[in-house]
Design a protein around this ligand. Structure first.
Ligand code: FAD
Length: 355
């Protein structure tokens, strides 16, 4: 967003303000656990103008933590384009004033802001899906979701269940196997592998983007990523399968104090459960405007259709570094148009055919 706003000669801190709850650059990536190396990520697309800022992901070192790679490159990018991101500023609620403008409440370096347009680019990291499985509150062992994962060594000697069918879950099985006493992989649906070998990054996930877009336009809750892509069959996943370390078990029927009851009625003792079951968009600050990501939001091209002046960058079909660039360009264009004519949703400029 910042890059495209700067391309219009808008000045950060004067015409627009970027605020971020995170301590440094890097978005969600700065919080990924240290054992997740850059080589373990699917594919990170460059932000527009990254090469001009002297940084790209193509030449990034692959065997250091992904958090470090992304943090450093995004920090360089922010300073190159003079984005003046204000940190830490945690936006807690957005109210609409009688004038139609927004009053943005926050905690941190800024506590209140007035704005004509609010672009939420808040990602999903702080709102993982929570388990609602029978018995989950009764289980006495450790339970954590993806953002709470610290280090695989924390699970030394434990019997661990990893739940989820996506890349995070298979990554946890791979990382935990050398440390834990036993790692069991549970998924709700049978696993449908997506062979990613050789497919260009732009093609990967095209169908997933279409399904996310369809749900967003209809205002339905977004489908989980894995239900739209299948489980990525990367080289590390193939190695795990070949070694016999990745064996899918159908979801257990319930948890009890010391473990799980499997579908055939047998008891499996467990010390820990890692819930890698996906994320919701983090739109909690928009609750005063009637927006609830778990219920679904009507979104087309990043416009929240029922909330004039609210844009959702990185929502649904835009939620990867590959789709974010186009999404940001369109949102900046449409925000400018909305400020100009007040029409909502903004109508894209029509192409005029020369005769
Ligand atoms: C487990 C996982 C793996 C992924 N792997 C890949 C991958 O390999 N390749 C890929 O392209 N994409 C991947 N993604 C998608 C990921 O969403 C994008 O890579 C990218 O992080 C999205 O950028 P973003 O800026 O939209 O959101 P984020 O990176 O989540 O950034 C959101 C920012 O908003 C800030 N924020 C949140 N709430 C507030 C608030 N209330 N007030 C102020 N600031 C706030 C946060 O501090 C953060 O800095 C993955 C996602 C997940 C969850």
């Amino acid at each position: 967003m910042g890059y495209h706003l700067r391309q219009r000669d808008l000045v950060a801190g004067k015409d627009f303000l970027i605020v971020d709850a995170g301590p440094t650059a890097g978005g969600a990536w700065q919080h990924r656990w240290d054992s997740l190396r850059f080589a373990d990520a699917h594919a990170l697309a460059d932000l527009p103008g990254m090469a001009d800022a002297g940084v790209t992901f193509e030449q990034a070192p692959r065997h250091i933590p992904a958090s470090e790679v992304v943090r450093e490159r995004y920090a360089t990018y922010e300073s190159h384009y003079d984005l003046k991101v204000t940190r830490p500023v945690d936006v807690t609620r957005v109210d609409r004033e009688p004038s139609g403008d927004f009053l943005v409440h926050a905690v941190g370096a800024v506590d209140q802001l007035q704005a004509q347009v609010v672009i939420m680019a808040t990602g999903t990291w702080r709102t993982p899906r929570q388990p609602r499985d029978p018995g989950a509150p009764d289980f006495h062992g450790i339970q954590l979701t993806t953002p709470e994962f610290g280090a695989p060594e924390d699970f030394r000697g434990m019997r661990v269940a990893v739940v989820g069918g996506g890349a995070s879950a298979t990554g946890f099985v791979r990382e935990l196997t050398p440390h834990a006493d036993a790692v069991h992989w549970f998924t709700r649906r049978p696993v449908d592998y997506l062979d990613v070998a050789g497919s260009p990054a732009q093609e990967f996930g095209r169908e997933s983007v279409r399904m996310q877009d369809e749900a967003a336009q209809a205002g339905r809750p977004l489908p989980s990523i894995v239900s739209t892509t299948g489980t990525p069959l990367t080289a590390p996943v193939r190695r795990l399968l070949d070694s016999g370390s990745l064996v899918r078990k159908p979801m257990f029927s319930r948890l009890v104090r010391d473990g799980a009851v499997l579908q055939d009625g047998t008891f499996m003792p467990l010390d820990a459960i890692v819930w890698a079951i996906g994320f919701h968009a983090d739109l909690r600050a928009l609750a005063p405007l009637g927006i609830d990501a778990s219920e679904g939001v009507r979104v087309r091209d990043g416009h929240a259709e029922d909330a004039p002046g609210i844009f959702l960058a990185g929502y649904g079909p835009q939620a990867s570094t590959i789709s974010a660039n186009r999404g940001a360009r369109v949102i900046v264009r449409d925000a400018a148009q909305y400020l100009d004519d007040g029409a909502w949703p903004p109508t894209p400029p029509r192409k005029i055919r020369a005769t």
